[in-house]
Structures are given as C-alpha cells and as structure tokens.
Design a protein around this ligand. Structure first.
Ligand code: ADP
Ligand code: MG
Length: 741
C-alpha cells in the first residue's frame, strides 16, 4: 500500500463503476493509510492514537468535534443573553473549592473579560482550573442574586495562539491519545488538506432524495464549518452515513443468508399442528394467531425464515415456537429449541411434553418398540419424540433418562423429532438428520456466530430460524442489531393477566420488617414468592455463597415456611427438583440468584422481592419482574434498594413508573448510552459516533429504506463496489459476519 497521500490521486478511479462516478480518495482507502502519514504525528503519537481507536487517516477524519467555540459570536460578559447556549471567555480571577457533603465538592471560579465578571459553578471534584488561566466557558448564563453565573459549563483552556480574538468557529475535538484539542485540530487540518477531495460512495439519487450534503463537503465542514448551519448539515450527512453503512451490511447479510439459500420444504397444513392447537387449554390471542400466520407464510416460501419474535414476558411466545416446530415435524423434519439456561431448557422440555400428552401426541414406547405400537394400530395416531439435551444430561419423552451420546445418535438418525437444549445443542458432535426449524429463546444471549453455527447443522437446506426475545428492544436498536431479520411482535397479553405493582423499599429495618410481613401474608393467601439475592461482582462462587447465606438467614426469619434455594452452581438434578417442588406448590419461597431471570413460568408465584435491586441492570430487573403477574392473582414486585448513583436511582424510578418493556428498554438506552447495550460489538453499533439511536430514529428509518431498496435491485451491490469496500473497511471487526457468504 502506498501511504503517501500526495501521489495517490484517484487511486480508486480505476475500480469505480460507471454507474457511480467517484473522484478523490475513498474512506475505505483512507482507512488503510496509517495515522503517522499525517504531519507532526510521529511514532509515539501514532501509537497512542492507534490504541485509542484512531489508527488511520479515515478514523481521524471521522473523529468529529464535540462542540464548537463560536468566536465569531463571542459575547462580552456585560451583554451576554440569558438562558441561551453561549460561549464566553475571560481570565480566571479566583477559584474556590468547598466540600459540601460526603462525596460532593463544589468548585467556583470567577472569570472577567474587562466588561464584567461571571461566576462558574461545578460539582465535579476532578475539575482543574487555575487562577490566571485564560478559559472559554460554554453553557447557559443566568442571574443569581444579581450576579452572572453559569452552572456546570463546559470548560476549554485556551493557549496563546487561540486567544479569543480570532473571530471564527473553532472545533473542539474530544481528547484522544493524549493529544490536546489544539494538536488534534492541527492534525485534522493537515489530514484534510492532503485527503481531499474525499470520494462520494453513496448514490447521488439517495442524497438528493434525502436532501443530504456531499461527502467531501461534509467531512470538511464537520471539522471547520463557517457557520452553525454548515456544521449541522455536515453532521446530518455523517449521521446518515453511520446508519447507512450498518444497514447496507445488514441488507447484504440478509441476501447472503436468506434469499440466496434454500429453505426446507415444509408441510404447512397438517394434522400435528391442528391436533396440538385443538388441545390447548386456552384460545390463542389474536396476536399469537397473527404471528403464527406470518411464520406459516415464511415457511411456505422458498427461502429460509429468519424471524425475530418479540414479545413482552408472559405474552405466550413458547406456544408459538412449539407450533412452529410441529410444522417442521409434520413435514418429516426435525425441530430444535435452544434456551439460554438449563433451568429454562428443562422447563421447555416439561411443558412441551405436557402439551403433547394433552394433545394425545405422546409416543407410546421406545424407538425400538415400533412393533409394540403396531399392536395398537388404529388406536395410536401420530406422536412426537422429544429430547432434552444439556451439558449435563439427556432425557426423552419415550425412553426416560439416557446417555447424552444416545441422544446424539438419535438426533443424527432422525429418531428425535424435537430437541430441546442449551448451547450444548450447537456444540460439535450434535448432528441432525434433517433439521428443519430452529427456535432460539431469549435471543439477546445468543450471538450472530451461534446463529450461523445452527445453520451449519443442516446440509442440503438451511433451517428456518425463529428467534425469540422478551427483552424488548427499542425499534431503532432492533433495526440495527437484528436488522437482517423479519420481525413479529406479540403485542397482546393473554386475557386475565393482573398488573404487577412495583414499589421501592428503602433498606431500613422497619421497612424490611414490613417486607417480611408481606411475604408471610402472600404465603398465607396460598401464593408463592421469589426472593432474588444480590448480585455479586463477577463471581459465580461468591454469588452462590451469598445466596446460600441469604437462604439460611431467611430460614430463621420464616421457620414455619417451606423455603427452597436455587443457584447456578447446583447439580442439574437438584435444580430440577427444586423447580419441580416450587412449580408443584411444595415450596412457599424460592430464594434464587438470577438463574430465574428468564422464562420461568409459575403462575401461582405473585411476589418478587429483589434484594439490592440497585445493583441490577434495567433489562434484568424487567426480566425478573416478569416472573410474577403470570396468573389470575394480582402481583407485587418489591425492589429493596439504596441507590448510590444517579443511574441506579433512575433505574429504580423507571421500574416503579412503568411495566412497559419497550419504554424501559428506551430508558435503559438513555441511561446507559447506546454503545453499551446488548452485545454492541457484534452489531456495528460501535460505528455509531455521531448518531443517536433515540434522537435520530427518522434518519435510521430512511437509511434502512434506502439500503434495502438498493440491495433489492442489486443484491450483492455489484454496481457499488466502493460502498461495499467502505462498509467492510469501516465496520471493521463488526463486519466479520459480512464475510461469510
Ligand atoms: P413468554 O412469552 O414469556 O415466553 P410463555 O410462553 O411462558 O410466555 O407464556 C406464559 C404463560 O401464558 C404460560 O403459562 C402459557 O401457558 C400461557 N399462555 C400462553 N398463551 C396463552 C393464551 N393465549 N391464553 C392464556 N394463556 C396463555
Ligand atoms: Mg419464554
């Protein structure tokens, strides 16, 4: 690779498709030019920048300013407008620091510019500001006791070269690699001069349809705008680009794994499904009917299904999944369902076996006893053989507990119709004779790679995939994380569900006393209670210890009640026996770790007590609360917490305020920041620097529409090689999944 920017004009000219003229250097090309090609970036700075994620010229050009100091609009302190975002500057006249409570420090600085003075106040103990420094403050000015004041303004230190008289808009880049804003500014300036013009890779029809500025102009203006409007237009364009890259990647992936692949030939209408549905003790909700219809349509098509089923906890996803698997079975294929935990896999196994029995679809004997079945010819109809396979055990509905290797043999030779399990199901050694459909429960714990692995389990066709999640995902996030999937939503709860009341209980002796009383009342009324133990930082061992200790403690609080303990390190048989006793109503209180987080369905459990609830994440709390409110009785969720951070306070407040999972998911994203939500690394979300999944919904929707439309007319984007290059170059590791074809 030639790294000298000066000699590479039109480097990409030779590969550019006629349909998309492009002049200049592409970002994909600049992503290959190491950062030390930039003037004044020597090996040491280059190393630090690279470690901070800015290893190439492209990365530097996309390192957008955090804000601008509008020196063209600098106000004298004597004439600052009140209540508006402004930048003012001056010399620090005095600084004082005061401790105002245990962990709060107040810093006050007074600046003067010759026309007046202004007092700035911060509550940030780490903030450094010294008397005599020349600084700029950006924020809202207000009058407080007759004096000009700014609360927690952004502070920028100015060095000589940048004194406030320059009268232009100066970008302030986020500090990175130990470079000062001034050094970054110089580096960007140099990189820009030597890289421009930057090639356009997005088709011009799309840009004009959406009224977006050009690439070259936008990258220049994001750094050095001549006015606020320029900067805003540049930002709009770059936000679009960030979403567009992800959506193009998804559109390509969808085509590669979906439209290109062959699906199994399913029998959509058959007696198994009818018999199964006919025997259900309830009527399907309209939402369940609709989703089953959507799945049928997918299965009837030539290409494999890739569908995400979203539904609030308790909305009845399991029955939809079972029904889907039976569609595979009635056509002679096998079905598999994967759950994130053993406890949940066991529960799926039990409920599947029960439902099949109720529908008269349970097999009569072992696989080698076909002759026996024939003796009853005429009496026995079709039956469905089900196996549970986890890392520890294997059990079937026709031959009881068996060796895991036996089940391996039976999945490989087609004896087993439906295999239920954990990750063990996709581990090496498990082969299916004819895997038709795979359902994955609680998708957020399954990565893209596992999805791919499941697909590899079948040779002449790709299995259909149904991915379920009860972790509601904001619409924008599902469009990016799971954007290659079609989405069905179970937006209706089965009738008769009672609301769950949620309360925050402070960690104080009398309050806890009242919790104990309420638990007792609940049990006295014939109901059951979950007590979830505190999370212990990253240590399964310590967590077990604390759960065990809590269990012992509660045993002395409730000597008369029947308590059970459930944690992840118990032997599978013990776990199963505890769950069995709780389900059967033989236990009043189940003390548990978060192993009960997902899926557990015990309608008679009506109280959920979560200890140290402030230590749990919002989606986890929502999942835990979803364990109650599943029956005909009203339920309560008590969050014992003493939140010590604002985030924790906000999480608890959000839980008390709403049970709507979608609202909570958005809250979660707001509190935590989009980058940290849900395996972001696998999703291209790390590429979102300027874009905000909550604020920029409309841009995302447009980017998605355009990307998918483009891919519809040109599925592999043969006519847009520059665009494909860019997606691959800039999504980096995130685009790993793209390379599979
Ligand atoms: P989730 O969507 O959280 O996985 P489940 O599939 O576990 O929910 O269903 C929750 C409970 O609702 C189960 O006890 C299930 O039997 C019951 N259920 C599912 N569909 C219906 C329905 N249409 N009417 C009544 N109860 C239903
Ligand atoms: Mg479920």
């Amino acid at each position: 690779m030639n790294n000298d920017l000066r000699t590479t004009t039109d480097h990409h000219g030779c590969v550019t498709d006629a349909a998309q003229p492009s002049h200049g250097r592409s970002l994909a090309y600049l992503a290959d030019v190491p950062i030390d090609a930039v003037k004044d970036i020597g090996p040491r700075k280059a190393k630090r920048l690279t470690e901070a994620g800015i290893g190439s010229v492209a990365a530097l050009l996309l390192h957008a300013p955090r804000r601008y100091l509008d020196r063209s609009q600098l106000f004298d302190l004597s004439s600052v407008p009140l209540g508006e975002e402004v930048t003012v500057g001056g010399v620090v006249r005095s600084v004082s620091r005061r401790r105002i409570s245990k962990n709060r420090v107040m810093i006050e600085a007074t600046i003067g510019d010759g026309t007046s003075t202004l007092k700035a106040v911060w509550f940030n103990p780490y903030l450094k500001v010294d008397q005599g420094e020349e600084i700029a403050l950006s924020g809202k000015a207000e009058l407080f006791r007759g004096r000009l004041q700014m609360k927690a303004p952004d502070l920028d230190r100015l060095d000589d070269e940048e004194s406030l008289v320059t009268g232009r808009i100066v970008p302030v880049h986020p500090r990175v690699g130990g470079l000062t804003p001034r050094q970054l500014r110089a580096a960007v300036d140099n990189a820009l001069k030597r890289s421009r013009p930057i090639a356009e890779v997005v088709p011009t029809e799309i840009l004009s349809r959406l009224g977006l500025a050009g690439r070259d102009e936008s990258i220049a203006n994001i750094h050095f705008p001549t006015g606020r409007a320029d900067a805003d237009r540049a930002r709009d364009r770059l936000i679009f680009d960030e979403f567009f890259r992800i959506e193009v990647a998804l559109a390509l992936r969808k085509w590669r794994q979906g439209l290109q692949a062959r699906g199994a030939n399913h029998v959509i209408d058959g007696e198994l499904v009818d018999q199964f549905l006919g025997a259900l003790p309830y009527r399907l909700t309209a939402a369940q009917e609709r989703v089953i219809g959507e799945i049928r349509d997918d299965l009837a098509g030539d290409h494999p299904m890739h569908r995400l089923l979203q539904g609030e906890v308790g909305s009845g996803k399991t029955v939809v999944a079972l029904c889907t698997l039976l569609m595979a079975v009635q056509g002679g294929f096998q079905g598999a369902i994967m759950a994130p935990t053993e406890v949940l896999a066991e529960q799926h196994f039990l409920s599947t076996v029960d439902a099949l029995e109720a529908a008269d679809l349970a097999p009569g004997g072992g696989p080698d006893q076909g002759g026996t079945e024939n003796l009853f010819a005429g009496e026995t109809g079709p039956s469905v053989r089900v196996a549970l396979l986890t890392a520890h055990r294997a059990i079937t509905n026709f031959s009881g507990s068996v060796d895991r290797s036996t089940v391996h043999g039976w999945t490989a030779d087609g004896t087993i119709d439906i295999a239920i399990g954990t990750h063990a199901l996709i581990q090496e050694g498990v082969q299916f004779a004819q895997l038709g459909i795979a359902a994955v429960d609680e998708q957020h714990r399954f990565g893209v790679h596992q999805r791919v692995k499941l697909r590899d389990k079948s040779s002449d066709h790709d299995p259909d995939l149904l991915i379920m999640t009860a972790t509601p995902i904001p619409r924008t996030l599902s469009m990016t994380l799971y954007g290659d999937l079609d989405v069905s939503v179970l937006d209706e709860m089965p009738p008769g569900r009672m609301p769950v009341t949620t309360a925050h209980v402070p960690k104080e002796a009398e309050e806890l006393e009242r919790v104990y009383d309420r638990v007792r009342d609940e049990v006295a009324a014939g109901r059951q209670v979950f007590v979830v133990c505190p999370l212990v930082d990253d240590s399964a061992k310590l967590e077990v210890k604390s759960a065990t200790a809590e269990y012992e403690r509660l045993r002395s609080v409730y000597p008369d009640l029947r308590l059970g303990l459930l944690h992840g390190q118990m032997r599978p048989a013990d776990k199963e026996s505890v769950m069995h006793r709780f389900r059967a109503g033989e236990l009043d209180v189940l003390v548990a770790t978060t192993v009960i987080e997902v899926g557990i369905d015990v309608p008679n459990a009506t109280m959920m007590v979560i200890e140290d609830a402030d230590r749990f994440g919002l989606s986890q709390l929502h999942q835990l609360r979803g364990r109650v409110g599943r029956g005909e009785h009203p339920s309560v969720c008590l969050l014992i917490a003493e939140p010590s951070t604002t985030d924790a306070e906000e999480r608890i407040a959000a839980m008390v305020a709403t049970t709507d999972g979608f609202r909570l998911a958005e809250e979660d994203m707001r509190i935590r920041g989009q980058g940290t939500v849900f395996g972001a690394r696998q999703s291209g979300l790390t590429d979102l620097r300027l874009a905000d999944l909550l604020r920029d919904v409309e841009v995302l929707v447009a980017a998605r529409r355009e990307a998918f439309a483009l891919a519809r007319s040109d599925p592999e984007l043969h006519h847009h090689p520059d665009l494909v290059d860019e997606v691959q170059a800039l999504l980096g590791d995130d685009a790993e999944w793209l390379e599979r074809s």
